[in-house]
Design a binder for this molecule. Structure first.
Ligand code: SF4
Length: 185
């Protein structure tokens, strides 16, 4: 067995969908060794950053971000569903590790966010505080490296920390490219 458990660390309101929560779990040991295997195996990987040790998976609704010592799941119905998802993640990590001899790890970076993926992580209230007419417009601007995640004021609150983390992982180099572009202005 690779990991014994993923403990529920805390929950937060999910700004991407009113009434839903974000689940933050802590695995019983670091899981970074399994991430290149999952990156090779799973069809729903939308971002993998080997330097940061971060893999983002799409769920039917929402995302799962796997970091070495943290697992973040967005748009979860309630704590019970969150616990089920953490147990399923533990089983997936263990099964993948057991099959590691048969899997060719995929270590290269991957980034295939779609506009909808970015939009789903924004508050989606179209409040215009960022100066854009809609959250979708802000999402496009993020993908084109014209804006930064912290320019969405509602996302700067402490409750949105996990959502910001997932969004940053999803955007990865886009944010880095943005800061290079800004400093050379
Ligand atoms: S600041 Fe912009 S991106 Fe953020 S919730 Fe308001 S409209 Fe949407």
């Amino acid at each position: 067995m690779f990991i014994e458990y993923i403990a529920l660390d805390h929950t937060r309101p999910c700004l991407a969908e009113l009434g839903k929560i974000i689940i933050v779990g802590k695995p019983s040991r670091p899981i970074d060794a399994v991430l290149p295997l999952l990156n090779a195996l799973l069809p729903n990987v939308i971002s993998y950053n080997p330097r940061a040790g971060a893999l983002v998976l799409r769920r039917k609704l929402g995302f799962i971000t796997l970091l070495a010592d943290t697992i973040i799941i967005t748009q979860v119905k309630d704590v019970d569903e969150g616990l089920e998802l953490l147990n399923a993640a533990r089983d997936l990590l263990n099964q993948t590790w057991e099959q590691r001899e048969m899997i060719q790890p995929r270590n290269e970076e991957r980034r295939t966010p779609r506009p909808l993926d970015v939009w789903e992580l924004l508050p989606r209230t179209n409040c215009r505080e960022c100066g854009e007419a809609t959250c979708m417009a802000f999402g496009f601007a993020l993908m084109e490296a014209r804006r930064r995640v912290d320019e969405c004021k509602p996302l700067r609150v402490a409750d949105a920390a996990a959502q910001r983390e997932t969004l940053r992982e999803l955007l990865g180099n886009y944010e880095a490219a943005n800061s290079v572009w800004r400093t050379s202005e």
